[in-house]
Ligand binder design. Structure first.
Ligand code: NAP
Length: 296
């Protein structure tokens, strides 16, 4: 029998993503993972995962669990990475791979890297898959199927460590892409962070209106508002942390967006139908490209 990919993998944070990883590996990893340990800061969440039958072991003592692991995956909100790394860092042994699923990558390297002892490998990751729900009951094993997982290893990272984390995501059905952390944060600012900010804004604006009631917004939501309300229902803590930790890229993209919005405002004011139609044609094509790429 060949060596497992990880003899002991500990998943920390058992919400939507952590519990989905646990489910996906349970469904698909077979003997490629020796033992899957699960830990969450909340005792009720640990208990819930126990009753859902996730993982091989629910860890009560995280320091002890990570000291015996050869893989640790952070699945906590981005703002919790630094304190988690500080608390487990001294217990990690050389050769262990620390990875994550967080939506911002430069801050993960900054917040976690300095707490890792010599010989521990850092392979940051971000599965581009999710829903607006949170917690262990929201997870499902097929979440990563045919989705991208972006790895952003610093340039001096051990290639074997990168290969093992890539293989882990491929077991879960994901396609893996390697990218520089800074570029990841800019790309995701466009494709994920800005859309969420727009959704939060639109839903907030609508609820502040005095002449159109909230009741009317809900009643006639099918006109487009409904899709924004789904995105705007995403976890407040997770998204607070994303904007605070990807500040530079978010502000850069927001600046561009604001300029484009003003250009549209001007086109509407001056009756420039051609400008509006040309843009709407271009964006309709992007939607078709997303569908063709099976990312819809
Ligand atoms: P979630 O459902 O809110 O779950 C996070 C879990 O981690 C919660 O149970 C939380 O407990 C726990 N936690 C927080 N700090 C901890 C700590 N120091 N030690 C152990 N457990 C801790 O969040 P999620 O949606 O799974 O997101 C997790 C990560 O995945 C985030 O970094 C996010 O950026 C990334 N991500 C999310 C999505 C998505 O669509 N949701 C997609 C891709 C990537 P408390 O409730 O006490 O905080």
């Amino acid at each position: 029998m060949s060596e497992p990919l990880f003899k002991s993998l500990v998943i920390v944070g058992l919400g939507l993503i952590g519990s989905s990883v646990a489910r996906a590996l349970k469904d698909r990893a077979g003997d490629k993972i020796g033992k899957i340990g699960l830990y969450d800061a909340q005792p009720e969440v640990r208990q819930r995962c126990q009753s859902l039958g996730l993982g091989d072991e629910i860890c009560e003592d995280l320091s002890q669990a990570v000291s015996q692991a050869d893989g640790v995956m952070f699945c906590v909100p981005v703002g919790a990475n630094a304190s988690l790394a500080q608390s487990i860092g001294p217990h990690l042994k050389a050769g262990t791979i620390v990875t994550d699923v967080g939506s911002v990558k430069q801050s993960f390297i900054r917040d976690v890297g300095s707490w890792l002892p010599e010989g521990v490998h850092l392979v940051p990751g971000h599965p581009v898959a999710g829903t607006e729900h949170s917690g262990p009951d929201a997870g499902f094993g097929a979440l990563f199927q045919d989705r991208w997982c972006i790895l952003t290893p610093p340039s001096n990272t051990d290639s074997q460590a990168i290969a093992r984390v890539s293989a882990l995501w491929e077991i879960m059905g994901a396609n893996v892409e390697i990218m520089e952390a800074q570029h990841h944060d800019l790309v995701l600012a466009v494709t994920s962070h800005l859309p969420h900010l727009i959704a939060y804004t639109i839903v907030g604006t609508a609820s502040d209106l005095e002449t159109v009631t909230e009741k009317e917004c809900v009643k006639f939501a099918a006109g487009g508002f409904r899709d924004f309300t789904r995105i705007a229902a995403s976890d407040p803590v997770m998204w607070r942390d994303i904007f605070l930790n990807n500040r530079e890229a978010a502000l850069e993209i927001l600046g561009r967006f604001t300029e484009d919005l003003f250009a549209l405002q001007r086109a509407i004011r001056w009756g420039e139908g051609e400008t509006l139609e040309a843009l709407f044609q271009r964006t309709r094509k992007i939607r078709r490209d997303v569908i063709d790429a099976k990312q819809a």
